[in-house]
Design a protein around this ligand. Structure first.
Ligand code: AMP
Ligand code: MG
Length: 337
């Protein structure tokens, strides 16, 4: 009898140890490589649920999917309003909130500028003044009408187009973290391109260490390390997507005021906070606003911290962050608060 019990126990443990844990999984979604790392007991079912949710968000909000909510809204610009999913409606509302809050520096109606510049395509071309002046009047978040009763969105001018590229990844990272909260996972990294969510705590309770990308270095080369608890770290920078002509860099974050890639001495802005969607909108807003106005905006958001990297190799960091500089060619200073 004891012998039989022993065998049953052995089979049981053998079955448990056979369970395959995945340390991380990557998929291409939302225009970037998304990597989820569940540091302990990463069961494939959890990865499946997270990626299912990320693809769902992409399906709703991508401008590159013809029947996405955003493509349908854009196709109906100046014609009629379009009813959308709750997720899409919520992200658009939040985008319009940050548009208002940033005085239009953040503007989800940049679609026509994004198409005109076509950054990241094979053909590199600087649009003419006339082309820019033709599309600029279409970039204005005040021309978006929301119908709260029916979840409908109307772009009031023909040719207008929404682009949620500056906020949707942040929403997806928050949704991924929400799924993790329903599991027993204790520590994980959700990395959606420039949007990183450090979830939970490491087993030894030591802080997370997150490298800050050198904006002019190779991918993966860092200038320093942030030490944090659970948080989201979102960066907007000149290195994500760009082309170069005559040593000038034309990148993917546009000034809605003049229609050109923002050129204000900033190479990147990183926001650290507890909400990835808001940080995503904020990092883009602050990048467009520039250092002084951007810092003033950061200070209005409770719990948000920022790192600014400038093209003269200087860095400014808000006081709530623990940062260790590792690249000595850069100079660090605290922001004046
Ligand atoms: P991010 O990397 O989060 O700063 O987002 C950049 C992306 O947002 C770009 O690739 C565009 O799709 C879009 N975008 C560019 N300029 C703006 C802007 N001023 N406001 C909102 N979205 C923008
Ligand atoms: Mg952003």
């Amino acid at each position: 009898m004891v012998f039989r019990k022993g065998i049953i126990l052995l089979v049981f443990f053998a079955l448990i140890s056979c369970e395959q844990f995945e340390y991380s999984r990557s998929e291409f979604a939302l225009g970037t490589v998304c990597t989820i790392a569940l540091y302990e007991q990463g069961r494939s079912g959890i990865y499946n649920s997270i990626f299912k949710r990320i693809f769902e968000i992409e399906q709703l909000m991508s401008v590159n999917i013809p029947d996405s909510d955003i493509s349908r809204i854009n196709a109906a610009a100046g014609i009629n309003q379009v009813q959308v999913d709750n997720d899409t409606f919520y992200v658009i509302q939040r985008a319009l909130y940050f548009a208002e809050k940033s005085g239009g520096a953040f503007d989800p109606t940049v679609g026509p500028l994004v198409s005109l510049w076509n950054i990241g395509a094979d053909v590199k071309r600087i649009p003419s003044e006339d082309e820019i002046n033709n599309v600029l009047p279409l970039v204005n978040f005040r021309y978006v009408e929301l119908d709260l009763q029916t979840n409908s969105v109307y772009l009031t001018k023909i040719g207008m187009a929404l682009d949620l590229g500056a906020i949707a990844k942040g929403y997806a990272a928050d949704e991924a973290a929400k799924i993790l909260r329903q599991t027993k996972i204790k520590s994980a990294k959700i990395d959606l391109g420039g949007d990183v969510y450090m979830y939970g705590k490491k087993r030894d309770k030591s802080p997370w260490r997150i490298g800050l990308q050198n904006p002019v270095g190779d991918r993966g080369s860092i200038i320093g390390v942030l030490r944090t608890g659970e948080c989201t770290i979102v960066t907007s920078g000149v290195y994500e997507r760009y082309f170069e002509i005559d040593e000038n860099r034309y990148h993917h974050i546009f000034s809605p005021f003049n229609g050109y890639p923002v050129n204000n001495g900033l190479l990147s802005v990183t926001i650290v906070s507890d909400n990835s969607m808001d940080s995503d909108a904020l990092s883009t807003s602050v990048f467009v606003l520039g250092y002084e106005k951007g810092l003033a905006l950061v200070k209005t958001i409770p719990g948000a911290e920022a790192v600014f990297i400038f093209d003269d190799k200087s860095l400014k960091i808000t006081s709530g962050l623990d940062f260790i500089l590792t690249d000595n060619s850069y100079q660090t200073a605290a922001t004046k608060e």
